[in-house]
Design a protein around this ligand. Structure first.
Ligand code: GLU
Length: 425
């Protein structure tokens, strides 16, 4: 097999159905530079590819998707069914979100962040990804720099670029527990630095920052006059001794320039419902409301009613799903630890493991030359029928991301397949 390499752009042409490089500008389509320069979301591309291969009868095990495999809890689905029969929900509602949902999000976020919040501090968007896009669009002027610790979630740099900002990558590794520090951040600040993206628990590494480190980073940002965009989408998925700390709760000095983003997707198995939010200073949130009034209008009322039921209804399903994820996390870790040459540190949150496969690079795997994790991911898909996301997509070559949001048997079988293939090499 000829393995294509170099940029993620080239490789993901093999993985997704669409690639900017395939577009012929001399033909009828004349896409703008901002689209030509953009990468398709690699996480979505890998997961779509795995689903398509599976539907075509291939025995693929997909570790790509960052989405719970559970059904949305019944009481949430029933609330949506009721909402669909209410004619009020057949009409436009306020662009920034249903008042009752904004109140519920404000109450929930106030409890975890220690901030005083009302509906005016909340805007409801079409998923956490859309909330983040809105935040960058409302915050960033051309040339503003945003500090983004790596490994980072794939969409931050693309969204920052769409807002004409500049991503300043802050590299971390397994040696630092995939966590950054005040010293490292401070060395990268310039007079153009506008904001820091802070994520704990982290996608893709599962790292969870201890409270004192969150406090130190928040206080530093406040001293520097920086904004903090803190992505709390995985806050309910924390395991063992680790504890989630909301940045403004432990660094109140940073609160006035902090924007929290989250959503129902990961906590309540609601990825497809598309309800996320941004919480921050009322004036800033009103700016996002103005943007949404011109771009999207309200999020589907039925989905918003479902999100309201999720936040205000019984929370037992969340605890049950977390327990299941924790079991799967240990299963994935044990399996990976059994593969000679794979280095894996224990993730404490989210539902990802992020092992290093550096020991397998620069040689042959199943008869294919493998120089980077892009190529390794292709060989694993081709030869072992296992889909995972190469570290390059997260700004971390040498690593791969495995989501363990899939059945126990698939986790064990998929990791055994990886081990078998590597052992034969
Ligand atoms: N956030 C999930 C992931 O990282 C879902 C896919 C996406 O939106 O990137 O896989």
């Amino acid at each position: 097999m000829a393995v294509r390499r170099a940029a993620w752009r080239v490789t993901h042409r093999c993985v997704g159905d669409y690639a900017p490089a395939d577009l012929d500008r001399s033909a009828h389509v004349s896409l703008a530079q901002r689209i030509l320069q953009m990468e398709e979301s690699p996480t979505l591309a890998v997961s779509a590819k795995a689903k398509a291969l599976k539907a075509a009868g291939e025995p693929v095990i997909g570790f790509g998707a960052g989405e719970p495999d559970f059904a949305t809890p019944d009481h949430i689905v029933e609330a949506a069914q009721r909402a669909a029969t209410d004619p009020t929900n057949h009409r436009y509602t306020p662009s920034s979100g249903l008042p009752a949902l904004r109140e519920a999000i404000a109450a929930d976020t106030a409890a975890s962040s220690g901030m005083e919040l009302g509906a005016e501090n909340v805007v409801v968007s079409n998923g956490g990804k859309h909330a983040l896009y809105n935040i960058f669009m409302a915050l960033i002027d051309p040339g503003d720099e945003v500090l983004v610790p790596a490994p980072y979630w794939v969409s931050y740099p693309e969204q920052i670029r769409l807002a004409q900002g500049v991503t300043v990558t802050v590299p971390t590794s397994k040696e630092t527990g995939f966590r950054t520090s005040v010293e490292q951040l401070d060395a990268l600040v310039t007079d153009r630095t506008k904001a820091l993206v802070f994520v704990s628990p982290s996608n893709p590494t599962g790292a969870v920052y201890p409270a004192d480190e969150v406090a130190a980073i928040g206080e530093w940002a406040a001293r520097r006059g920086l904004w903090v965009i803190t992505d709390e989408i995985y806050r309910h998925l924390v395991y063992g001794e680790a504890r989630f700390s909301s940045l403004p709760a432990v660094a109140p000095a940073a609160a006035e320039r902090t924007i929290i983003t989250s959503g129902v997707a990961k906590t309540y198995a609601m990825t497809g419902w598309r309800v996320g939010w941004a919480v921050g200073p009322a004036e800033f949130i009103a700016g996002i409301g103005k943007l949404q009034s011109q771009v999207t209008s309200n999020v589907s009322n039925v989905a918003q009613e479902a999100a309201l039921a999720a936040l205000t209804g019984p929370q037992e399903p969340v605890a049950e799903m977390r327990e299941t994820f924790d079991r799967r996390r240990r299963l994935a870790l044990e399996g990976l630890a059994r593969i000679d040459g794979v280095e894996v540190s224990e993730p404490e949150g989210a539902f990802y493991v992020f092992p290093s496969f550096e020991n397998f690079l620069g040689g042959e795997v199943a008869g294919h030359r493998v120089d980077d994790t892009l190529q390794l991911a292709e060989v694993l898909l081709e030869e072992a029928k296992v889909a995972l996301v190469p570290g390059e997509a997260f700004g971390a070559p040498g690593y791969v991301r495995l989501s363990y949001a899939l059945g126990d048997d698939d986790i064990a079988d998929g990791i055994a397949r990886i081990g078998d293939l590597l052992a034969r090499s």
